[in-house]
Design a protein. Structure first.
Length: 274
């Protein structure tokens, strides 16, 4: 159920965002949230739901499923390699949505799709949002979708489908930009621990990192913060959680899948973090 309100910037009638699984999670759990990223179609094309179920059973609070792209410029070698394998396996957005049609028969935790804007544009942004909502997806992270394009052209597609659009910030993001992102966000803000690519280790004792984390804390943002990039073990997870609501692990988990999916290894990895 949605309600109409007036917004002169909108190309359509704009809509009020209603709570989804992601926003409900943050309402009821404020600290030490763990999100895990993995690439759809890796290591095998049909592993997507099996990995998601294993992560939920192991205790992850929510999941990020990456849809692969041939030029993942923000990703380090681990995720780049997983994307290459997934594409060779035949993964695409069409295949992914077909795999996700039974998602909510098995999995209850919030699910976010993460990837680059080119595949979304080729698929069609409105169709992408519609199909994501039909599959039971709660949010989307598209790092290279410009904020002004989202606001001016695509925001209504997301709101109509109750999809949280998650923006990324870096240590170089100005306070003004962060506050604008906070204004547009429904879900959480993804704070990159550095401006490096994924897989770079978080220097938990770095003065520069501490200054950045404290700056974010002192902004008193309305949306929860999740810290990602370089979170790989209990120490870096706890460091991130001391400043933010939780942390996101990607490359360190994708490495666990390099020798194939194994439910025991997935559980052991998550338990070692929490």
């Amino acid at each position: 159920m949605v309600f109409i309100f007036s917004n002169p910037k909108s190309h359509f009638s704009n809509l009020i965002f209603m709570n989804n699984r992601l926003t409900e999670l943050f309402k009821h759990k404020k600290n030490n949230l763990l999100s895990i990223y993995f690439t759809a179609g890796y290591p095998d094309l049909t592993d997507t739901l099996r990995i998601a179920k294993a992560l939920e059973d192991a205790g992850a609070d929510f999941l990020e499923i990456g849809f692969p792209y041939s030029d993942p410029v923000a990703d380090g070698p681990t995720i780049q390699q997983s994307s290459e394998v997934a594409l060779k396996n035949g993964m695409s957005l069409k295949v992914l949505f077909e795999q996700l049609k039974d998602l909510r028969k098995e999995i209850k935790v919030p699910i976010i799709l993460m990837g680059y804007v080119n595949p979304v544009l080729q698929y069609g942004v409105e169709k992408f949002c519609n199909d994501a909502a039909t599959a039971g997806i709660d949010g989307v992270i598209v790092p290279d979708l410009p904020m002004y394009e989202y606001e001016e052209m695509y925001q209504d597609f997301f709101i109509r489908n109750n999809l949280s659009n998650i923006f990324l910030i870096t240590p170089q993001s100005a306070d003004e930009r962060i506050r604008k992102i906070d204004e547009l966000s429904k879900g959480f803000i993804y704070a990159l621990s550095s401006s490096a690519t994924t897989g770079t280790n978080l220097a938990v004792s770095s003065d520069q990192t501490n200054i950045y984390f404290n700056r974010l804390k002192n902004l008193h943002l309305n949306n929860p913060l999740m810290i990602g990039f370089g979170i790989s073990d209990r120490e870096s997870f706890n460091k991130a959680c001391s400043t933010a609501n939780g942390a996101i692990i990607g490359s360190a988990f994708v490495k666990v899948l390099d020798n194939g999916f194994d439910e025991t290894r997935v559980h052991s990895f998550v338990k070692a973090i929490l």
